[in-house]
Design a protein around this ligand. Sequence first.
Ligand code: HEC
Ligand code: HEC
Ligand code: HEC
Length: 279
Amino acid sequence: MQKSLSIIISLCCVFLISHSAVAESTAKLTLPPASLAKWYKPDNKRQVWLHTMFRLRRAMQAINDYADQNNQAGMQKWAEKLNKDYLKIADMIPEWKKEIKPALLPELQMFIDNADNKRVVATLNMIQRTCDDCHDTYQPLVTAIYRSPGYDDIKVKTVTGKPSDFADEMEALSIALNRVLIALDDNQQAIALQASKDLRTQLHQLGESCEQCHQEDPAPRERILGMATEQRLQSLQTSITNQQIKDSQKLMGEIGVNVCARCHNTHRTLGDLRKALLH
Ligand code: HEC
Ligand code: HEC
Ligand code: HEC
């Protein structure tokens, strides 16, 4: 059964607008069949769908290259692989049967048998169009839904070391960050100092969670929460203590860009899109 839901994402650009006008635009997205989940983790041990796709691209390229080189045996070998994997598309996702053109396969075979390389390439181009059409509609959504990380199960700790949710700790980070900024603006040194210490502790706690995804790889944590960040957080405390408000504000800006925004660019954007698509 075709289960193709449509969702509308409304984008409302509030910050561009004064009081009167509200500009709104919508994009229509077609969700992939839910049966695709079978071919991805965690339902499957491997990302079967994706690996089928990689094999398809390799077979297409091989046939193209061998057509160029007039290598008929090479074309035969890879046409067999292409056949198998192209037909698998509809075996795996019956809802997508009409997205492919299996009739092109025997044609391709015939041109290979006849060593008619020009028509081999032309047929490959026709097959490629079926690949492109499906990709245009579904590829980014499938990547977002099945291959982007989720954060609901990630364990983090609060500033005092109590177990907490990822989203709650993000709120807490935002509160600490803004508390420093507000206190700097209003010249409330003691509050700025305490909030900057909290921010530092919270970021240490957050850093302990990275390995739940980045197993045995310290580099990602170092990149965002490593030495450079540690030094900024230390300098921040010193400059708040010394009443250097401009310097403190500059450091806060650097932390916002190098810690929060940098991490959000790789993690949050895709995470949020995935959530929007699944809920
Ligand atoms: C792992 C890298 C990472 C770092 C570092 C990080 N964030 Fe986040 N942040 C995320 C992710 C991922 C989400 C989306 C969470 C989700 O989908 O549940 C998020 C979401 C948020 C949210 C929205 C929370 C909500 O209710 O959904 C806020 C606010 C936020 N972050 C603030 C910050 C601030 C401020 C900093 C820096 C002091 C920061 N974050 C640092 C990854 C990070
Ligand atoms: C019926 C739909 C459909 C058809 C037809 C299709 N694909 Fe795909 N393909 C997808 C989807 C969905 C993804 C996204 C998979 C993901 O990100 O996990 C994808 C991803 C890919 C990727 C991975 C791109 C990347 O770098 O991440 C390659 C390569 C690929 N397809 C090759 C092909 C080729 C070659 C053909 C034609 C011979 C083809 N596909 C036909 C649906 C299709
Ligand atoms: C829910 C899983 C998840 C968590 C938790 C997570 N990441 Fe990532 N992170 C990813 C994925 C997925 C990518 C993209 C590709 C990759 O490297 O696997 C990525 C990429 C990155 C990258 C860019 C690529 C690289 O390897 O340098 C950095 C930097 C990074 N993460 C830092 C962090 C930091 C710092 C934390 C902890 C505060 C963190 N991540 C927590 C899933 C996660």
